[in-house]
Design a protein around this ligand. Structure first.
Ligand code: GLN
Length: 474
């Protein structure tokens, strides 16, 4: 097997028993990126020299018996996440030359655990999108079919992994941006509970929904990486003080006796692809064989999730993106007046979708409309949360498709924002409610496109996600 095709667990073993070196492993990923980046376009920046220097150091640590859990393991990070001394663009020209002075807390933790950053991954600009067509560095292609989108907004992170260009990726999920591209590209992706992983150093989008989590090739790798990322951070006061659960020990724990809820609002959605429905149903039946109790449930406010999300997130977004004005960060366009500098800088620095969100958000927050839109959306959000809380008094986890359909064609929805927003129909509700959820591969369509299965757990119950996910996928 080629080194870049290994999982984290396999690579960690090979590094320890001396089958290959960290330098070999990092070089294998760099070679793969060099061969494929022009086609897939998953990476915006690649740090070959720095990664090889870190690999040489990792080889010394391995030889001295000082290896940490991720020593020598190459990973990629979504470009909307800050990395110290390394260009972080957010996939927008606004930050084309921006070099952060700090690492996001989660990145620092992974580096401390020995992982080696090899590059920054393409995404929809600042996380705005569901197809990775809103990047100012070009769309990311789906490695399973280059005519299809990779999903978004973390398309580069999912495609890089599916194409074996790194051993794991770190991405951001506000309303589905980890799970949906993971589903489209056939990898595992976790949105942790809101507050579980530090958002410090993540370029903010909708601050009350933003989360950061791992994408991996297997559930076992996911447990390993998330365990390292999780925990309270003094730099992010929304992180919870609760103890981090040992996720790796939840792997392969018997699921017998667990109750799995199947929400009828998801399974009966008009537009749910037949092959997707069949694949999910087959996996649910397999869980039943393993002793799970299957129960149909209702999450009655599901249909309002997208509308709620597209008021809350653009509102918070319009405020967060206000800091990008050419004065404090990034590129600046000259103008005749201060206003002109702002206007020219923002006109050229943001793609259209980002401008659309800023306009929607500014409108929703304006004096005359705040109560009618933002405040009302917050009320509906509470209803959506209550749906989940009620459901979880009856079931241990909820299972549904990650996306109503497999990856769609590049350009297919690009001119229809509403159709694009609806692509998130199944990933949005858990995000609005702050629940943790994972997407795992659940087979392929006849045309060979991956299908994603989503498991949603109660707040802070990530171990349940790992337990059930490992009963379906290794
Ligand atoms: N597709 C959603 C959006 O465009 C999700 C984005 C995200 O999770 N970052 O807003």
């Amino acid at each position: 097997m080629n080194l870049h095709e290994l999982t984290i667990v396999e690579a960690a073993k090979g590094l320890r028993d001396g089958s290959f070196s960290a330098t070999n492993l990092v070089q294998a990923c760099l070679d793969r990126i060099a061969a494929r980046n022009e086609t897939v376009n998953a990476f915006i920046s690649v740090f070959a020299e720095e990664a090889l220097a870190a690999a040489a150091k990792a080889d010394e640590d391995l030889a001295a018996g000082n290896a940490k859990p991720l020593t020598g393991i190459p990973f990629g990070v979504k470009d909307a996440i800050c990395t110290v001394g390394q260009r972080s663009t957010g996939a927008a020209k606004m930050l084309d030359a921006y070099v952060p002075s700090h690492d996001a807390t989660v990145v620092a933790k992974l580096k401390d655990a020995g992982a080696i950053l090899i590059g920054k991954q393409n995404c929809d600009a600042f996380g705005h999108g569901a197809s990775n067509e809103n990047s100012m560095y070009g769309p990311v292609k789906n490695p399973h079919d280059l005519g299809k989108v990779s999903g978004g907004s973390s398309g580069g992170s999912a495609a890089a992994l599916a194409d074996n260009q790194c051993l794991f990726s770190i991405a951001e999920d506000t309303g589905g941006s980890i799970r949906q591209p993971a589903a489209f590209c056939g990898v595992v992706g976790l949105r942790p509970s809101y507050g579980r992983n530090s958002r410090y150093g993540i370029m903010p989008m909708g601050s009350s929904l933003d989360t950061v989590g791992p994408m991996t090739k297997t559930v076992e790798d996911l447990a390993l990486v998330q365990e390292i990322m999780a925990g309270h951070d003094a730099n992010d006061m929304t992180t919870v003080p609760d103890a981090v659960q040992p996720l790796t020990s939840a792997m392969n724990k018997k699921v017998e006796g667990l109750t799995v809820g199947i929400p009828k609002e998801y399974m009966e959605l008009e537009g749910l692809d037949d092959e997707v429905k069949q694949a999910i149903t087959a996996q649910v039946e397999a869980l039943q064989q393993q002793g799970c109790i299957i129960k149909e449930i209702s999450l009655p406010h599901t249909t309002y999730a997208i509308a709620t999300y597209y008021i809350l997130v653009p509102s918070e977004d319009s405020s967060n993106l206000g800091r990008l004005d050419g004065i404090r960060y990034g590129s600046r366009k000259e103008g005749d007046s201060l206003f002109d500098v702002y206007a020219q800088t923002r006109r050229d620095g943001f793609p259209e979708e980002v401008k659309r969100r800023i306009m929607i958000g500014t409108y929703c927050l304006s004096a005359g409309y705040y109560d009618a839109y933002y405040k009302k959306a917050q009320r509906v959000r509470t209803k959506i949360m209550q749906d989940f809380t009620e459901a979880f008094s009856d079931v241990d986890v909820i299972i549904a498709p990650t996306s109503p359909f497999p990856a769609f064609g590049i350009g297919e929805k690009a001119d229809d924002p509403i159709a694009m927003y609806l692509a998130d129909a199944f990933v949005c509700p858990a995000a609005v409610a702050g629940m943790p959820a994972v997407s795992i591969p659940a087979g392929k369509t006849e045309a060979g496109l991956p299908i994603g299965l989503q498991i949603i757990a109660p707040r802070l119950a990530e171990e349940k996600l790992i337990q059930v996910a490992s009963a379906i996928h290794s």
